[in-house]
Design a protein. Structure first.
Length: 497
């Protein structure tokens, strides 16, 4: 060692040491260099034949392919999806269920693994009021945009397969994106790589062929699965044994209650009361300030209640983005226009035709409410049932609100109004009673309270014909009963699966 080098070694500064440390690669950097040098991922031998070698061409898209004969229900796919995507506790983007039935006279059950079907006509995308979904034009993957979501949960109702999952902690909905980042790098989705039996694969499918198969008179689907004609799902289920296709599904057990959505129940009841009261006042010529305040006040409270349903209410203004395709966006615009026009009419700011314009906007809003739920294709929300339910609520509560305002202001309540309210309320109770036997036991107490409120209101109407101020109790009982009915409207609408 020369004298100069010895002096340099003795006089090494902290900067020299820091530079030397930075020149030495960390474990992460060494791993990254080694991984980058590999032309084929180390795990590729396990899934090489389970993912496409090329991207989809025109008219094609990626899709899951499931070999039902190989699925044992071990749920390794569920665990891998949860781990790789960093999902929260209790959150899952893939499920494994069991379908029971018979093949001939022999009992048979089949485990079915399922995730998002990345449909050709996704109902989640079509119904979203804030355009928080997009379908990749190249891969066909339906992606959820977390930053755009306001947490209205409407997609959880429109999807017949219950794919989007609402996350309470985050206030948004999330779902499977087919691990598109991994696919872009030539690696398999977590569920595909984790399955020990290679029961899950990703294939390229022809969209036109998938549509033709879904719309066929007798589409080949797993027993108990919703009709593929609703959304044209891309997932392909295979079974070489033929037992799955031949299986007759067992009679499904009575489903557990669905979510009640209390803010939505309140919003629906109050918007229909508001519109019904305003239209009734116009038709009967009741133009006092009290009548106007009843209708407008109910509408404003309804709009405020609707924001309580959102996971991220601070972004409620985004709800009008999907006006071109979402009935929920149209409902928001219609009721907003109704409330504003009704207020202008009450204040006498604009000419009388504004009142009829407000009425038209309100009735269109009620029609949008009907279409929001009938478009989900759920059996409990068949169009005739929803039209009758929402229409009767609008008429009954509208007439009752007008009668109450008249009674309070000292104006005579028309006998025809009394008769119509009592008759329609009784008929509605009778129609609902036909569905009591199909209710889940957990819902029976709510149903009993609903009938008690409705029956009590019918009895009180007769008293109100003699003592007008009893209309206060009538209106309260009717609103409470309709709210409970709307609570049952949501909780009894479990999807068929």
């Amino acid at each position: 060692m020369t004298l100069l080098s010895a002096v340099a070694a003795v006089e090494e500064t902290p900067v020299d040491r820091f530079l030397a440390e930075q020149a030495d690669l960390s474990a992460v950097e060494r791993f990254a260099q080694r991984h980058a040098a590999e032309l084929v991922p180390a795990q590729a031998r396990y899934y090489r034949d389970l993912v496409p070698l090329t991207a989809p061409g025109p008219g094609q898209q990626y899709a899951f392919e499931v070999d039902l004969d190989a699925c044992t229900g071990c749920k390794a796919c569920v665990a891998a999806c949860h781990s790789l995507n960093g999902l929260d506790d209790g959150e899952s983007w893939r499920s494994v269920t069991t379908v029971a039935g018979t093949v001939g006279e022999v009992p048979f059950q089949q485990t079915v693994t399922a995730a998002c079907h990345h449909c050709a006509d996704p109902a989640c995308l079509n119904g979203c009021p804030v355009d928080a979904y997009e379908k990749d034009p190249v891969t066909g993957i339906v992606v959820h945009l977390d930053d755009q979501c306001i947490g209205c949960s409407y997609c959880t109702l429109t999807c017949p397969y219950e794919v989007p999952v609402y996350n309470d902690a985050r206030g948004i909905v999330r779902k499977c994106d087919l691990c598109r980042g991994r696919l872009a790098e030539g690696e398999a989705p977590a569920c595909v790589q984790a399955c020990p039996n290679q029961a899950i694969a990703v294939r390229v499918v022809d969209i036109a062929a998938a549509r033709q198969a879904a719309l066929a008179p007798s589409p080949t689907v797993v027993a108990g699965m919703p009709s593929p004609a609703i959304t044209i799902p891309s997932t392909v289920y295979l079974s070489a044994s033929g037992r799955v296709a031949a299986m007759a599904a067992a009679t499904p057990a009575r489903p557990a209650p669905a979510r009640a959505h209390p803010p939505l129940a309140a919003m629906l009841v109050l918007t229909q009361l508001s519109v019904g009261a305003f239209v009734t006042d116009l038709v009967l010529g009741r133009s006092s300030m009290l009548h106007a305040l009843v209708a407008i006040g109910a509408g404003l409270v309804a709009l405020a209640a609707s924001t309580l349903h959102l996971g991220r209410p601070q972004y409620a203004y985004r709800a009008v983005i999907g006006l071109r395709h979402s009935w929920l966006s149209r409902e928001v615009v219609a009721f907003g226009a109704f409330t504003g026009l009704a207020l202008l009419h009450a204040l006498g700011v604009l000419p009388t035709p504004v009142g009829w314009a407000a009425a038209a906007a309100g009735l269109f809003g009620v029609a949008c409410s009907v279409l929001i739920y009938t478009s989900t294709r759920r059996a409990a929300w068949r169009p005739p049932v929803v039209v009758a339910t929402f229409g009767s609520t609008t008429v009954i509560l509208g007439l009752a609100a007008t009668a109450w305002a008249s009674a309070v202001s000292g104006t005579r309540v028309l006998s025809s109004v009394t008769v119509v309210v009592a008759t329609l309320a009784a008929l509605k109770l009778a129609a609902e009673a036909t569905r009591v036997g199909r209710l889940h036991p957990d819902l029976s107490r709510r149903a009993q309270a609903r009938y008690a409120c409705g029956a009590g209101a019918v009895v009180l109407v007769a008293v109100a014909a003699i003592v007008p101020l009893v209309w206060t109790a009538v209106l309260g009982a009717l609103v409470a009963g309709e709210y409970l009915e709307r609570w049952l409207f949501f909780t009894t609408a479990s999807p068929a699966r």
